[in-house]
Design a protein around this ligand. Structure first.
Ligand code: DGY
Length: 317
């Protein structure tokens, strides 16, 4: 039986599934392992099932035991793992695509609506118990008929587009390459980010975090947006240069911001917590029982396939 370290607690049924097929080391306390703990606990293992809270940079990867042949990440994003280093060390890395697409698209719509319709301010007023209806009370913007720019038209970007179409939004997108007609549907392709930004009344970040997308939304690119645009990010925090974003929120260039992910999370730029036009959630994108169960089971299955056949379909290196 292969020995596997599971770095964070999973849903019970998934831990039971893993325990049936592997000799598992579980993390009952669910405390994030330090680098030294991760290296030590995985020493006699054949694989590690990691979460996005484990930061496996080249330093750690090169210190891992040679016995480890697979790192199965419990996420679709794998920016927490140095893929080049893993490849050099002959470690296969896998992710969990598809199963979280719907849940992440749903949370994107939640933060889009909440930021746009000023939900945070509304909740504050209700909690203070001194609000009254007025014709101009907390007026927001309307999605219907507006243009939604999507950066990254992969599975999640397309699922966001499908939901936004139900709000009669017009979809525009920028992607590394243009989609075929079947996938593109009625969406308008922009070959440059600048062109996409210039038509985005609403703008959703759905691309993977790579060195190329780091701080892609910054003081220069924000200027291309129409005045009063709304931005949402349910992908990864490092796509936004937070100081520039805060300036744009304060000046009114950006009407509102909806965030589920952060630079260096769980830390959050302190102004995001105090500005009234920022709606924040604690990285809940994939957090439904159905999705988290499916993700965990897929991460386990990725390992099982690899140990059985030497191949696994969700390999990212
Ligand atoms: C992912 O799968 O990348 C999610 O952000 C994890 O919650």
């Amino acid at each position: 039986m292969k020995k596997v370290l599971i770095t964070r607690k999973l849903i019970k049924s998934s831990e039971e599934f893993a325990s049936k097929i592997f000799d598992v080391k579980l993390n009952h306390s669910d405390e994030i392992l330090t680098n030294d703990e991760l290296i030590l606990k995985s020493k006699d293992c054949d694989g590690i099932l990691t979460s996005i809270t484990d930061k496996l940079d080249s330093n750690i990867i090169f210190k891992l035991s040679d016995k480890i042949k697979i790192i199965s990440n419990f996420a679709v994003g794998f920016g927490n793992i140095d893929i080049q280093a893993a490849t050099k060390k002959n470690i296969v890395v896998t992710n969990t695509p598809d199963v979280l697409t719907d849940a992440t698209a749903e949370i994107t719509i939640l933060i889009l609506l909440a930021a746009t319709r000023r939900a945070k301010e509304g909740i504050d007023w209700v909690e203070k118990k001194n609000w009254k209806w007025a014709a101009n009370f907390l007026m927001g913007k309307q999605l219907t008929g507006s243009r939604l720019g999507i950066l990254g038209m992969g599975r999640i970007g397309r699922a966001v587009a499908d939901r936004a179409r139900a709000f009669k939004m017009k979809i525009h997108y920028h992607n590394r390459s243009r989609l075929n007609k079947n996938l593109e549907k009625d969406a308008v392709y922009h070959s440059s980010l600048q062109s996409l930004l210039s038509v985005s009344d609403f703008f959703s970040i759905n691309c993977p975090a790579t060195p190329n997308t780091k701080n892609i939304i910054n003081s220069k690119t924000i200027k291309y947006l129409p005045n009063g645009a709304v931005i949402v990010n349910s992908a990864r925090g490092d796509m936004i240069d937070d100081d520039s974003m805060v300036d744009a929120l304060k000046s009114g260039k950006i009407f509102a911001l909806g965030l589920d992910v952060y630079n260096g999370e769980p830390d959050i730029h302190s102004d995001y917590l105090t500005l009234p036009n920022v709606f924040v959630l604690p990285h809940l994108g994939s957090s439904t029982i159905k999705t988290r169960t499916a993700m965990a089971n897929l991460a386990i299955q990725n390992m099982l396939d690899f140990f059985k056949t030497g191949e696994t379909k969700n390999k990212v290196n």
